[in-house]
Design a protein. Structure first.
Length: 451
């Protein structure tokens, strides 16, 4: 990179600070036309150029090509050569034009060439203004004005003298219109920037608050070590869609019974997180404050507590709640009850599904007591509880859902591995399937061996 490329060539209003696709297109057109213009100018009267004009010509051509590379590659360090290139065009035309009196081109067609170059200069200077280099725009206008005055008082260019007023009004009228729209555009851009900054500030405040809420939500999640202490081998897979989540896992020990649950509350993000706090609290109360023993009894009582909490208020009924799979372990007996979340058991290479009741913890048309299943645990039995965020994730070559069939196949291929390794495979499979697509829902799951 050349040394002068470190400076803001476009001045305090440098165009590349407010770069856009429209300006990039204008710049590309200007650079291509500029290169064509200087090359044609060289071939039409280049043989009459003196060494000064040739130097300006070559420098202009190089700078325009560098700027064109910047536009094509969209690299900022090359883009700033644009205004420098327009200066090359201005000076190239100016010097070659002033050199005409010493050439054989000083004939009847000279005024036509002069008018052509004046129009070309006007276009270049206008585009300089459009691109935002207003400091350079003013200087280039002064150059054009000086050129017009020079030929207005030149006896060999009577056409310029006779039409000086018309040319002046036309050219500077165009510049006035351009500056008016630029000023309007700049004001519009400034308003947009102010709105953007205000939105960024608000977004930061909201994000900071939600991030702090995540710290609060984490306090309701039990430590993984508690599960590891109660079973032979275990893993927890927790992958929120947003900063905070509507899914949660839950472990509680009461007397000689250990409870394990995975829950999926209505919604995700902030709304889901609020619902999870209510449902988690109801679950704790159902176990600790009331004489419930079986998972079915716990879920039925939890439903009553959630419904009471969400009773009709000033803003009407709230129909939120949760799906949940709940297990209790007492000795070698595992009891299970579920609200739309099934329990998966893999025993000796065979997968067994204990189906959940098709009703949520929340408002339901025909609620009934939750069913409890009792399982005598055998050695190396593997149990899994997962929310539906995993199987509902879109991905793969066709962008379809992962689905339950692929989920079962994955579990059967990894169940004999240590839980820590299983977690790594489950996560890698999820990431590979999701690819570049967005995560559609919170994901939460627990896997464990009792004996």
């Amino acid at each position: 990179m050349l040394p002068f490329s470190k400076f803001k060539i476009a001045g305090k209003d440098d165009y590349y600070n407010r770069y856009s696709e429209e300006k990039r297109l204008i710049s590309l057109i200007t650079l291509v036309l500029g290169i064509i213009g200087v090359v044609l100018d060289y071939f039409t009267n280049g043989k009459y150029y003196d060494s000064t004009i040739l130097s300006v010509f070559y420098v202009t051509l190089v700078v325009l090509l560098i700027a064109l590379i910047g536009e094509i590659s969209q690299k900022e360090k090359y883009r700033q050569y644009f205004v420098l290139g327009t200066w090359g065009l201005v000076l190239n035309i100016l010097f070659s034009q002033l050199n005409y009196p010493d050439t054989s081109f000083y004939t009847d067609n000279f005024e036509q060439v002069l008018i052509r170059n004046i129009l070309f200069l006007t276009a270049v200077i206008t585009l300089t203004a459009v691109m935002g280099g207003l400091v350079h725009f003013r200087l280039q206008v002064a150059v054009l004005f000086s050129l017009l005055v020079y030929y207005a008082f030149n006896d060999n260019t009577p056409f310029i003298a006779e039409n000086f007023g018309v040319l002046l009004v036309s050219i500077f009228g165009l510049f006035g219109i351009v500056l008016f729209f630029i000023k309007y555009q700049n004001r519009f851009v400034q308003d947009l920037m102010m709105q953007r900054k205000a939105l960024e500030r608000k977004n930061k405040e909201i994000t900071d608050n939600i991030t702090y809420a995540r710290r609060i939500q984490k306090t309701i999640l039990p430590p993984d070590e508690l599960l590891q202490q109660q079973v032979k081998d275990a893993m927890v897979y927790y992958k929120p869609k947003s900063i905070v989540a509507g899914d949660f896992y839950w472990f509680v020990e009461k007397e000689d019974t250990f409870y394990i649950a995975v829950a999926d509350c209505t919604g995700h993000g902030v709304s889901g997180a609020f619902v999870s706090l209510v449902c988690n609290n109801a679950l704790n109360r159902a176990v600790n404050e009331f004489d419930n023993h079986s998972p079915g009894e716990v879920l039925s009582h939890t439903r009553d507590l959630v419904l009471k909490r969400f009773e009709k208020g000033e803003e009407g009924n709230i129909y939120d709640g949760m799906d949940i799979g709940l297990c209790s372990i007492r000795g070698n007996t595992l009891s299970y009850s579920g609200a739309n979340i099934s329990l998966w058991l893999i025993r000796k290479g065979e997968i067994i599904e204990y189906k959940a009741d098709k009703q949520p913890i929340g408002v339901y048309v025909a609620p009934k007591p939750f069913t409890t299943h009792h399982i005598e645990v055998q050695e190396d039995d593997c149990f899994y509880l997962f929310t539906d965020g995993y199987i509902d994730q879109f991905g793969g070559e066709r962008g379809k859902k992962f689905k339950i069939k692929a989920f079962k196949k994955m579990l059967l291929s990894i169940y004999d591995k240590p839980m820590k390794e299983q977690k790594e495979i489950i996560d890698k499979t999820f990431q590979d399937w999701k690819g570049n697509l967005d995560q559609v829902d919170d994901v939460c799951g627990v896997g464990f061996r009792v004996v």
